[in-house]
Design a protein around this ligand. Structure first.
Ligand code: ZN
Length: 322
Protein backbone atom coordinates (compact mmCIF):
# COMPACT_ATOMS: atom_id res chain seq x y z
CA UNK A 1 0.00 0.00 0.00
CA UNK A 2 1.30 3.46 -0.95
CA UNK A 3 0.94 6.64 1.04
CA UNK A 4 -0.35 9.55 -1.03
CA UNK A 5 0.51 12.78 0.75
CA UNK A 6 -1.86 15.36 -0.63
CA UNK A 7 -1.90 19.11 -0.33
CA UNK A 8 -4.31 21.51 -2.00
CA UNK A 9 -4.46 25.25 -2.39
CA UNK A 10 -7.84 26.81 -2.88
CA UNK A 11 -9.32 30.19 -3.58
CA UNK A 12 -12.57 31.69 -2.32
CA UNK A 13 -14.93 34.39 -3.46
CA UNK A 14 -12.80 37.57 -3.66
CA UNK A 15 -15.67 39.86 -2.62
CA UNK A 16 -16.79 37.86 0.38
CA UNK A 17 -18.45 34.59 1.27
CA UNK A 18 -21.99 35.87 0.73
CA UNK A 19 -21.40 36.48 -2.96
CA UNK A 20 -19.87 33.05 -3.44
CA UNK A 21 -21.36 29.88 -4.91
CA UNK A 22 -22.86 28.00 -1.92
CA UNK A 23 -21.95 24.55 -3.24
CA UNK A 24 -18.36 25.64 -3.91
CA UNK A 25 -17.12 27.96 -1.18
CA UNK A 26 -13.51 26.97 -1.93
CA UNK A 27 -12.27 26.41 -5.45
CA UNK A 28 -9.17 24.24 -5.74
CA UNK A 29 -6.43 25.91 -7.77
CA UNK A 30 -3.46 23.67 -7.09
CA UNK A 31 -2.87 19.99 -6.35
CA UNK A 32 0.43 18.76 -4.98
CA UNK A 33 1.10 15.18 -3.96
CA UNK A 34 3.94 12.87 -3.00
CA UNK A 35 3.79 9.10 -3.29
CA UNK A 36 5.63 6.97 -0.75
CA UNK A 37 5.92 3.18 -0.69
CA UNK A 38 5.35 0.89 2.32
CA UNK A 39 8.77 1.82 3.66
CA UNK A 40 7.84 5.49 3.37
CA UNK A 41 10.40 6.11 0.62
CA UNK A 42 9.41 8.77 -1.88
CA UNK A 43 8.69 7.11 -5.22
CA UNK A 44 6.79 9.73 -7.23
CA UNK A 45 5.57 13.31 -7.33
CA UNK A 46 2.50 15.05 -8.74
CA UNK A 47 1.81 18.72 -9.33
CA UNK A 48 -0.87 20.61 -11.25
CA UNK A 49 -1.95 24.22 -11.34
CA UNK A 50 -5.64 24.63 -12.04
CA UNK A 51 -7.14 27.44 -14.01
CA UNK A 52 -10.09 28.68 -11.93
CA UNK A 53 -13.59 28.71 -13.46
CA UNK A 54 -15.71 30.06 -10.63
CA UNK A 55 -13.66 32.70 -8.80
CA UNK A 56 -11.40 34.26 -11.37
CA UNK A 57 -9.70 36.64 -9.01
CA UNK A 58 -7.69 35.68 -5.95
CA UNK A 59 -9.09 36.52 -2.52
CA UNK A 60 -6.69 39.02 -0.92
CA UNK A 61 -5.80 36.73 1.98
CA UNK A 62 -5.04 33.85 -0.36
CA UNK A 63 -2.91 36.16 -2.50
CA UNK A 64 -0.91 37.13 0.56
CA UNK A 65 -0.27 33.53 1.59
CA UNK A 66 0.52 31.70 -1.62
CA UNK A 67 2.86 34.22 -3.31
CA UNK A 68 1.24 33.76 -6.69
CA UNK A 69 -1.01 35.88 -8.88
CA UNK A 70 -4.06 34.83 -10.85
CA UNK A 71 -1.91 34.92 -14.02
CA UNK A 72 0.10 31.97 -12.70
CA UNK A 73 -3.05 29.89 -12.70
CA UNK A 74 -4.13 30.89 -16.19
CA UNK A 75 -1.67 28.41 -17.61
CA UNK A 76 -3.21 25.68 -15.46
CA UNK A 77 -5.49 22.88 -16.61
CA UNK A 78 -9.18 22.45 -15.73
CA UNK A 79 -10.07 20.91 -12.37
CA UNK A 80 -11.60 17.87 -14.11
CA UNK A 81 -8.43 17.28 -16.05
CA UNK A 82 -6.22 17.71 -13.01
CA UNK A 83 -8.22 15.47 -10.71
CA UNK A 84 -8.66 12.77 -13.33
CA UNK A 85 -4.93 12.50 -13.90
CA UNK A 86 -4.33 12.76 -10.16
CA UNK A 87 -6.59 9.81 -9.38
CA UNK A 88 -4.98 7.81 -12.15
CA UNK A 89 -1.56 8.67 -10.76
CA UNK A 90 -2.63 7.52 -7.25
CA UNK A 91 -2.97 3.92 -8.48
CA UNK A 92 -5.32 1.48 -6.81
CA UNK A 93 -3.74 0.64 -3.49
CA UNK A 94 -3.10 3.73 -1.43
CA UNK A 95 -4.12 5.75 1.57
CA UNK A 96 -4.31 9.54 1.66
CA UNK A 97 -2.25 11.55 4.13
CA UNK A 98 -2.95 15.23 4.68
CA UNK A 99 -1.92 17.98 7.06
CA UNK A 100 -5.12 18.35 9.17
CA UNK A 101 -8.53 17.34 7.91
CA UNK A 102 -9.75 19.87 5.36
CA UNK A 103 -8.14 18.78 2.11
CA UNK A 104 -10.18 15.64 1.48
CA UNK A 105 -13.41 17.50 2.18
CA UNK A 106 -12.58 20.22 -0.35
CA UNK A 107 -11.33 17.70 -2.89
CA UNK A 108 -14.64 15.84 -2.74
CA UNK A 109 -16.71 19.01 -2.65
CA UNK A 110 -15.00 20.20 -5.83
CA UNK A 111 -15.47 16.79 -7.45
CA UNK A 112 -19.15 16.87 -6.56
CA UNK A 113 -19.51 20.38 -7.99
CA UNK A 114 -18.00 19.28 -11.30
CA UNK A 115 -20.04 16.03 -11.20
CA UNK A 116 -16.97 13.84 -11.14
CA UNK A 117 -17.79 10.45 -9.57
CA UNK A 118 -16.14 10.03 -6.16
CA UNK A 119 -14.41 6.64 -6.32
CA UNK A 120 -13.14 6.40 -2.74
CA UNK A 121 -14.08 3.49 -0.48
CA UNK A 122 -16.47 4.12 2.44
CA UNK A 123 -15.52 4.74 5.11
CA UNK A 124 -12.62 6.72 3.69
CA UNK A 125 -9.72 6.06 6.03
CA UNK A 126 -6.83 8.53 5.89
CA UNK A 127 -3.90 9.71 7.96
CA UNK A 128 -3.92 13.21 9.40
CA UNK A 129 -0.22 13.99 9.69
CA UNK A 130 -0.87 17.02 11.91
CA UNK A 131 -2.64 14.77 14.41
CA UNK A 132 0.04 12.07 14.09
CA UNK A 133 2.78 14.63 14.67
CA UNK A 134 1.05 15.65 17.88
CA UNK A 135 0.69 12.08 19.12
CA UNK A 136 4.25 11.15 18.19
CA UNK A 137 6.14 14.21 19.40
CA UNK A 138 3.98 16.46 21.56
CA UNK A 139 0.44 15.98 22.73
CA UNK A 140 -2.88 15.00 21.26
CA UNK A 141 -4.38 18.34 22.17
CA UNK A 142 -2.22 20.86 20.34
CA UNK A 143 -2.63 21.42 16.61
CA UNK A 144 0.63 22.79 15.17
CA UNK A 145 1.20 24.24 11.74
CA UNK A 146 3.39 22.49 9.20
CA UNK A 147 6.34 24.83 9.55
CA UNK A 148 6.40 24.25 13.30
CA UNK A 149 6.62 20.49 12.74
CA UNK A 150 9.35 20.93 10.12
CA UNK A 151 11.37 23.05 12.57
CA UNK A 152 10.72 20.68 15.45
CA UNK A 153 12.05 17.73 13.46
CA UNK A 154 15.01 19.69 12.02
CA UNK A 155 13.91 19.05 8.46
CA UNK A 156 15.89 21.22 6.04
CA UNK A 157 13.83 24.21 4.88
CA UNK A 158 15.03 24.53 1.32
CA UNK A 159 11.71 25.56 -0.22
CA UNK A 160 8.92 28.05 0.53
CA UNK A 161 5.77 27.04 2.41
CA UNK A 162 2.14 27.50 1.26
CA UNK A 163 2.44 26.02 -2.18
CA UNK A 164 0.66 22.69 -2.70
CA UNK A 165 3.71 20.86 -4.00
CA UNK A 166 6.27 21.84 -1.37
CA UNK A 167 3.75 21.58 1.45
CA UNK A 168 3.02 18.02 0.34
CA UNK A 169 6.75 17.35 0.25
CA UNK A 170 7.27 18.76 3.76
CA UNK A 171 4.29 16.79 5.03
CA UNK A 172 5.79 13.64 3.50
CA UNK A 173 9.06 14.35 5.29
CA UNK A 174 7.23 14.73 8.60
CA UNK A 175 5.39 11.47 7.90
CA UNK A 176 8.72 9.72 7.34
CA UNK A 177 9.74 10.57 10.90
CA UNK A 178 6.67 8.91 12.44
CA UNK A 179 6.73 5.23 13.26
CA UNK A 180 4.60 3.13 10.94
CA UNK A 181 2.77 1.31 13.74
CA UNK A 182 1.78 4.64 15.26
CA UNK A 183 0.53 5.88 11.89
CA UNK A 184 -1.52 2.75 11.27
CA UNK A 185 -3.17 2.66 14.67
CA UNK A 186 -4.12 6.36 14.67
CA UNK A 187 -6.01 6.65 11.42
CA UNK A 188 -8.71 9.22 10.72
CA UNK A 189 -12.08 8.78 9.05
CA UNK A 190 -13.32 11.20 6.42
CA UNK A 191 -17.05 11.86 6.55
CA UNK A 192 -17.73 14.02 3.51
CA UNK A 193 -20.22 11.29 2.68
CA UNK A 194 -21.31 10.00 6.10
CA UNK A 195 -22.86 6.54 6.57
CA UNK A 196 -26.24 6.34 4.84
CA UNK A 197 -27.64 3.20 6.49
CA UNK A 198 -27.43 1.48 9.85
CA UNK A 199 -25.18 -1.13 8.25
CA UNK A 200 -22.66 1.49 7.15
CA UNK A 201 -22.28 3.02 10.60
CA UNK A 202 -18.69 3.14 11.80
CA UNK A 203 -17.24 1.72 15.00
CA UNK A 204 -13.54 2.36 15.58
CA UNK A 205 -11.51 1.56 18.68
CA UNK A 206 -8.26 3.42 19.30
CA UNK A 207 -5.73 3.10 22.08
CA UNK A 208 -7.37 5.60 24.42
CA UNK A 209 -10.92 6.00 23.12
CA UNK A 210 -13.59 4.69 20.80
CA UNK A 211 -15.39 6.48 18.01
CA UNK A 212 -18.80 5.77 16.54
CA UNK A 213 -20.19 7.56 13.48
CA UNK A 214 -23.93 7.23 12.99
CA UNK A 215 -25.89 7.15 9.77
CA UNK A 216 -27.57 10.37 8.64
CA UNK A 217 -30.88 11.46 10.13
CA UNK A 218 -33.47 13.93 8.82
CA UNK A 219 -33.42 15.95 12.01
CA UNK A 220 -31.22 16.55 15.02
CA UNK A 221 -34.05 15.54 17.34
CA UNK A 222 -34.20 12.08 15.79
CA UNK A 223 -30.50 11.54 16.44
CA UNK A 224 -30.69 11.83 20.20
CA UNK A 225 -33.68 9.50 20.43
CA UNK A 226 -31.78 6.74 18.64
CA UNK A 227 -30.78 3.92 21.01
CA UNK A 228 -27.51 3.15 19.27
CA UNK A 229 -26.39 6.78 19.25
CA UNK A 230 -27.03 7.20 22.97
CA UNK A 231 -25.74 3.78 24.04
CA UNK A 232 -22.58 3.63 26.15
CA UNK A 233 -20.99 0.23 25.67
CA UNK A 234 -17.49 -0.13 27.06
CA UNK A 235 -15.10 -0.43 24.14
CA UNK A 236 -12.81 -2.81 26.00
CA UNK A 237 -15.30 -5.47 27.07
CA UNK A 238 -18.35 -4.62 24.97
CA UNK A 239 -20.63 -4.59 28.01
CA UNK A 240 -23.01 -1.71 28.68
CA UNK A 241 -21.47 0.93 30.93
CA UNK A 242 -24.09 2.29 33.29
CA UNK A 243 -24.88 5.97 32.81
CA UNK A 244 -24.32 7.95 35.97
CA UNK A 245 -25.08 11.23 34.27
CA UNK A 246 -27.36 11.03 31.24
CA UNK A 247 -26.61 12.88 28.01
CA UNK A 248 -27.01 16.61 28.48
CA UNK A 249 -26.23 19.53 26.21
CA UNK A 250 -25.57 23.21 26.36
CA UNK A 251 -26.23 24.03 22.75
CA UNK A 252 -27.83 21.01 21.01
CA UNK A 253 -24.60 20.40 19.17
CA UNK A 254 -22.42 18.90 21.88
CA UNK A 255 -23.69 16.36 24.39
CA UNK A 256 -21.88 14.90 27.36
CA UNK A 257 -22.41 11.95 29.68
CA UNK A 258 -20.64 10.08 32.42
CA UNK A 259 -20.84 6.31 32.83
CA UNK A 260 -19.24 3.40 34.62
CA UNK A 261 -18.12 0.01 33.30
CA UNK A 262 -18.06 -2.40 36.21
CA UNK A 263 -14.87 -3.99 34.85
CA UNK A 264 -12.96 -1.03 33.45
CA UNK A 265 -14.08 1.95 35.43
CA UNK A 266 -15.17 5.48 34.60
CA UNK A 267 -15.92 6.64 31.13
CA UNK A 268 -16.87 9.99 29.71
CA UNK A 269 -18.94 10.34 26.59
CA UNK A 270 -19.24 13.10 24.06
CA UNK A 271 -21.55 13.36 21.07
CA UNK A 272 -21.06 15.92 18.33
CA UNK A 273 -23.95 16.60 16.01
CA UNK A 274 -22.62 17.28 12.53
CA UNK A 275 -24.28 18.57 9.43
CA UNK A 276 -23.80 16.57 6.25
CA UNK A 277 -23.94 17.86 2.70
CA UNK A 278 -27.59 18.23 1.76
CA UNK A 279 -28.71 19.36 5.20
CA UNK A 280 -28.96 16.00 6.98
CA UNK A 281 -27.30 15.43 10.33
CA UNK A 282 -25.29 12.65 11.91
CA UNK A 283 -23.58 11.99 15.21
CA UNK A 284 -19.98 11.35 16.16
CA UNK A 285 -19.72 9.72 19.56
CA UNK A 286 -16.47 9.48 21.50
CA UNK A 287 -16.25 7.27 24.57
CA UNK A 288 -13.15 7.47 26.69
CA UNK A 289 -12.05 5.61 29.82
CA UNK A 290 -10.75 8.19 32.24
CA UNK A 291 -9.55 8.45 35.85
CA UNK A 292 -12.28 9.25 38.35
CA UNK A 293 -11.12 12.89 38.73
CA UNK A 294 -11.65 13.48 35.04
CA UNK A 295 -15.07 11.81 35.05
CA UNK A 296 -15.99 14.21 37.84
CA UNK A 297 -15.50 17.12 35.47
CA UNK A 298 -18.62 16.05 33.59
CA UNK A 299 -20.57 16.51 36.82
CA UNK A 300 -19.02 19.97 37.24
CA UNK A 301 -19.88 20.88 33.67
CA UNK A 302 -23.48 19.85 34.22
CA UNK A 303 -23.66 21.82 37.45
CA UNK A 304 -22.21 24.91 35.79
CA UNK A 305 -24.81 24.66 33.06
CA UNK A 306 -27.63 24.37 35.59
CA UNK A 307 -26.43 27.48 37.39
CA UNK A 308 -26.17 29.37 34.14
CA UNK A 309 -29.73 28.41 33.19
CA UNK A 310 -30.96 29.36 36.64
CA UNK A 311 -29.36 32.79 36.39
CA UNK A 312 -30.83 33.27 32.95
CA UNK A 313 -34.33 32.38 34.16
CA UNK A 314 -33.91 34.75 37.07
CA UNK A 315 -32.81 37.56 34.78
CA UNK A 316 -35.77 36.92 32.51
CA UNK A 317 -38.28 36.96 35.33
CA UNK A 318 -36.74 40.15 36.73
CA UNK A 319 -36.97 41.75 33.32
CA UNK A 320 -40.60 40.65 33.05
CA UNK A 321 -41.44 42.30 36.36
CA UNK A 322 -40.10 45.62 35.18
ZN1 ZN B 1 -15.46 -2.69 30.21
Amino acid sequence: MDYIVLDLEWNQCPVGKKEGVPSLPFEIIEIGAIKLNEKKEITDRFHRLISPQVYTELHYQIKKVIHKTIKDFDRGVSFSEAVTSFLEWCGDDYRFCTWSGGDLTELQRNMKYYRIPIPFPRPLIYYDVQKLFGIAFESRKIARNLEYAVNHLSIVKDNPFHGAYYDALYTAKVLQKIETSLIRSNYSIDCFIPPQTRKEEIYAVFETYSKYISRVFDSKEKIMSDKEVTSTRCYLCGKPAKKKIRWFSSNNKHYFCQCLCEHHGWMKGKILIKTAEGGKSYAVKILKLVPFEEALKIKEKQEELRQKRKRKRLRQSLAAEK
